[in-house]
Structure formats: structure tokens, C-alpha cells
Write a protein that binds this ligand. Structure first.
Ligand code: ZN
Ligand code: ZN
Length: 272
């Protein structure tokens, strides 16, 4: 992971002499949006937390979109994320900025040797799908296919401004949830960790910035609990449920919304 990660960052230098086109900027924005949903709506809310249900073919499509973000496979991602919740902000949390460093929580843990393997005991529910095992082993394939499509659409501009730039932005956008969202923002719920809610990070990550809400009620498909807590991933999943692509979306109960509150906001104002 270190070599391709460093190489992709160094390759950003090429943006200096490769022309930026309207097509490549559209590719960049579109790929950031779709692949951020692949991490938030698929890897996180489906594979790590099973916050909704879907069919086996659509499960694979979700996994493919998540893998195209070049952030390793769905089973690897979900298995380590389940450890994050189990041990959040303790010494054995894979990426706590409190027990390690900001750098480690942001990117060090994903590059180091300690967490390269899937934690199989954490992910027994998805082990039975050979297509997911294949995708996890060859997790770089969807990213390479996406890069090739960008090249076919807009040449080197599509490859660099479209694919490369959106991939780098995507890395650091998603990584902020592990680093900044345990340091910066407000706390609504008393949790055993130091998770925070942040509108700015929720906008950057299509809804993941409501991280204190999420640590309070991990199984919820929506991480924004109020109408003003913008959660674009949830809106997309709602749309998919209307189309019959996903179903059984899990929402927090009134009791869950009312418990462990650190603020005085009326729970009746919560979105439904
Ligand atoms: Zn967290
Ligand atoms: Zn989570």
C-alpha cells in the first residue's frame, strides 16, 4: 500500500503540465461523489454496520464501487472498522488520534505493517461470498478499470485531473473521519470515546461527519439525526430504497435518540 500511495501523491506533480479540461473536472467531481458514496454508503454503512439489506448482485456492485476508491477491499475495511468501534480511543483502537498521533490516525495506520491483513474473526458474515473474497484479494482491479475509462474519455487529462486528483481528495476526505472527527466538533451524546459531530466534515464526506451520532448508534443508516444534519449518503440510500435496490433501512429508536444526551435539544425535533 505504501508504494502506490506515495506514487499517486508524487504523480500529482504532473498536473502542472497536463492541461485541465472541462471534461476532466467533471470526471473529478463525479468520481469523488460516486466513490465517496462507495466508502460511506457501501463499505461503512453496509459492510461494516449492516445498516440496511440488499440483494447479492447489488452487494457486489456496492463493493466494486467502494473498491474503486483504492482504499483496499470491503472485507479488509469492514473488519478493521469493527475493531475501531469495539476499542474506540483505547490503546488497541487501530487509529485513535488520542492514543497515537494525528498522522497515524489519518494515514499511518493504513500504510504500516500492523493492519495489512483482514481480521477474519470480525467479518464472519461476508466470508461465504466467493465474489467478495475475490474482490478483496484483487481490490485494485476496480480502480485500474476506472483509471482506464478516464483515459479513454479524456486522455491524460482524464487520467490525472479526473482520476488521480479525485483519488487523492477522496483519500484525505475519508481519512478525516478517523483523525479530525475524534478531535474537532461538538458532542451530542455521551459515548465512551471522543467522537465529534461536524457539519463541514459531513459535507466533505457525504454525511460521515456526524460521527458522534454514529458512535452513539452505530447501526443506523442515517448518521444525521435532524433535518439540518445534512447526510447525502442517507438521501442516496433512501432513493435506492424507493427503487427497490436496498431495503430494511435501520433507524434509531426514540429511546436511542433520547439516551445519553449532552445537550438540551428536544428529541421530538429529530428527523424521522
Ligand atoms: Zn470513530
Ligand atoms: Zn462506523
Amino acid at each position: 500500500m505504501v508504494v502506490p500511495f506515495v506514487f499517486l501523491h508524487l504523480a500529482l506533480i504532473s498536473l502542472v503540465w497536463i492541461p485541465c479540461t472541462t471534461t476532466s473536472l467533471c470526471l473529478c467531481a463525479g468520481l469523488y461523489f460516486v466513490r465517496m458514496f462507495g466508502i460511506t454508503g457501501a463499505y461503512h454503512r453496509y459492510f461494516a454496520h449492516r445498516a440496511y439489506k440488499t440483494s447479492r448482485p447489488f452487494q457486489f456492485i456496492l463493493a466494486w464501487i467502494g473498491s474503486s476508491s483504492m482504499q483496499k477491499g470491503p472485507l479488509w475495511w469492514a473488519s478493521h472498522h469493527r475493531d475501531h468501534h469495539r476499542h474506540s480511543d483505547t490503546e488497541i483502537d487501530p487509529h485513535s488520534p488520542h492514543t497515537t498521533s494525528f498522522w497515524w490516525s489519518h494515514v499511518g495506520w493504513i500504510l504500516g505493517n500492523d493492519y495489512q491483513q483482514i481480521v477474519w474473526k470480525n467479518i464472519p458474515d461476508f466470508k461465504k461470498y466467493p465474489e467478495l473474497l475475490w474482490l478483496d484479494q484483487f481490490h485494485w482491479v476496480p480502480g485500474l478499470v476506472t483509471a482506464a475509462i478516464c483515459y479513454m474519455i479524456d486522455g491524460f487529462s482524464g487520467l490525472t485531473w479526473g482520476f488521480l486528483l479525485s483519488t487523492i481528495l477522496l483519500y484525505h476526505g475519508t481519512f478525516t473521519i478517523n483523525s479530525l472527527c475524534h478531535l474537532w466538533g461538538n458532542r451530542r451524546f455521551k459515548t465512551t470515546d471522543d467522537s465529534r459531530n461536524s457539519l463541514v466534515l459531513a459535507l466533505v464526506t457525504l454525511g460521515e461527519g456526524w460521527h458522534n451520532n454514529h458512535h452513539h448508534y452505530q447501526g443506523s443508516v442515517n448518521q444525521g439525526f435532524y433535518w439540518w444534519e445534512i447526510d447525502i449518503s442517507y438521501c442516496i440510500l433512501l432513493g435506492m430504497s424507493k427503487l427497490g435496490l436496498v431495503w430494511d433501512l435501520r433507524k434509531p429508536s426514540e429511546r436511542a435518540l433520547n439516551s445519553c444526551r449532552l445537550d438540551n435539544l428536544s428529541p421530538s425535533q429529530a428527523s424521522t
